[in-house]
Design a protein around this ligand. Structure first.
Ligand code: GLN
Length: 489
């Protein structure tokens, strides 16, 4: 059977595999062929090994033909951001310091994907240690946006978003500390989902800021995001912050909201007053609000008064945690050791050569905010503001079921356009407060800007509000004006 890999979803591929219309070798082979053609331009993958992929696909086909398939998804390829460990593979975090390190174990999410028979389809590029919003901080390569090769794909999970958008793979995993799943998803026209903090185990995710980090899926549609979340979520004895599962199956009944009567959508007034919100993005937001109204949803105004402090608060808390987490990469416990005469020199040489500028900037800032003289002024204050930000959301959810905002103030920007770090930090102005509050949020492609680039909307749900959030997102996706987001790359 002939098929176009670039618009296949997990649920459609599953149906084709179940009906024996395609095999996993054909499916993965088609993606490999497409990736061979496109990778010289897109550069989404840090590693893509044909032999490894085909041997997993063959094993899956053998299971299906002997009647021992592991799940309906057996044989479907998923790419993995290069900060999630896969046993026997390198996990570089796009950093030189981890260039040759091979992981001795699987991340919990990888174990769960393997249990269901998913094919692990290479590792994707990212900003070094997930610090950035454009993938330009990768020590290895710059990933291009499949919609316009002169633009960035967003970040830090830019490789994952670009690989799915370009149709090089069915779906991918990302991680989101302040927007790193949702912002690149928006810039590349795909779905990106950050579940509630703790929903998905972080065991095997190389830590950036442990109280904010969350793994999540990047997919072609909302149903696929639900499927992968179902596969990956649940309590894990190896991650003390993971949450006990509920019995909900997110993909089940996902299309059950024919309309949105009785659903209240909160519009936070502060988010629409942000300076630098592009007029085209604003127009797309207005069109999306109309889609919700036409579906019968009630729009209510809500207020998140402390959100104006979110970026500042994030850069105190995230850098503090990063400085502690990255201390282990010293050439002795972890990391490629540089030759030096004594211990101190070994640290200096190893960390000096191994980390890029942005990572160093954050370690220095984080060390400063944690230093004994300034701890209370910055870190303690930051934690207090974090609580206020979380309280704002809890207050808002008394009046609404989900909150609607833009994902990114602009569409994808040009390489080098945000060379000033502060400009780059503001790219996450709409996504960062979600992580500080710990709640769940999704990016759904909504519109095409007059510059030809995709625009996503963000829907935010309360703690553990995934089921309702995904159903509402699905209803929007089915009713938006543009049906498919496929770049001509
Ligand atoms: N862009 C933000 C940062 O640089 C968020 C990154 C992320 O979510 N990993 O920290």
């Amino acid at each position: 059977m002939s098929f176009n890999p670039e618009n296949l979803t997990i649920h459609e591929s599953s149906r084709l595999l179940e009906e024996k219309k395609i095999s996993s070798v054909e499916l993965c082979g088609a993606y490999l062929e497409r990736a061979k053609k496109l990778e010289p331009k897109v550069k989404a993958f840090l590693k893509l090994e044909e032999e490894q992929i085909i041997s997993q696909a063959k094993a899956s086909d053998a299971r299906r033909s002997s009647g021992s398939k592991l799940s309906p998804f057996d044989g479907i390829p998923v790419a993995v951001k290069d900060n999630i460990t896969v046993k026997g593979q390198t996990c570089t975090c796009a950093s030189k310091i981890l260039q040759k390190i091979v992981s001795p174990y699987d991340a919990t999410v990888i174990g769960k994907l393997k249990e269901k028979g998913f094919v692990l389809f290479g590792s994707t590029n990212m900003d070094e240690f997930a610090m950035g919003s454009s993938c330009e901080n990768s020590a290895y390569q710059k990933t291009a946006n499949p919609w316009n090769l002169g633009c960035v794909p967003g970040g830090s999970s830019g490789g994952s978003a670009a690989s799915v958008a370009a149709g090089e793979v069915t779906a991918a995993l990302g991680s989101d500390t302040g927007g790193s799943i949702r912002q690149p998803a928006s810039l590349c026209g795909v779905v990106g989902f950050k579940p509630t903090y703790g929903r998905i185990s972080r065991y095997g995710l190389i830590a950036f800021a442990s109280s904010l980090d969350q793994i999540g899926p990047i997919t072609r549609d909302v149903e696929d995001a639900a499927i992968l979340t179902d596969v990956m979520c649940g309590i894990d004895p190896k991650d003390a912050t993971s949450l006990p599962g509920t019995n909900e199956i997110f993909a089940e009944g996902i299309g059950s909201f024919g309309d949105l009567k009785g659903v209240r959508i909160g519009l936070p007034k502060e988010f629409f007053e942000v300076e630098g919100l592009d007029s085209g993005v604003r127009k797309s937001m207005e069109k999306s609000i109309q889609v919700f109204k036409d579906l019968g949803a009630e729009m209510v105004q809500v207020s998140l008064p402390h959100s104006k402090y979110a970026v500042a608060t994030y850069y105190v808390i995230a850098t503090a945690e990063a400085s502690a987490n990255l201390a282990r990469f010293d050439g002795i416990r972890y990391g490629n050791r540089m030759k030096a005469d004594n211990l101190i020199e070994t640290y200096l040489e190893t960390r000096g050569a191994g980390f890029g500028d942005e990572v160093k900037r954050r370690i220095i800032l984080g060390t400063f905010v944690l230093s004994s003289g300034y701890y209370d002024a910055y870190y303690t204050k930051g934690q207090k503001v974090r609580t206020l930000i979380r309280n704002d959301f809890q207050e808002a959810y008394r009046k609404c079921d989900v909150i609607l905002t833009p994902v990114s103030p602009t569409t994808a920007f040009k390489f080098g356009e945000k060379s000033d770090p502060l400009q780059m930090y503001l790219a996450d102005i709409f996504t960062i407060s979600t992580n500080l509050a710990g709640i769940c949020g999704i990016c759904v492609p909504a519109d095409i800007h007059e510059n030809g680039l995709p625009v996503g909307i963000q829907l935010l749900g309360p703690d553990m509000g995934e089921k309702q959030l995904l159903r509402i997102s699905h209803a929007f996706e089915k009713n938006r004006a543009i049906k498919e987001f496929i770049p001509k790359v």
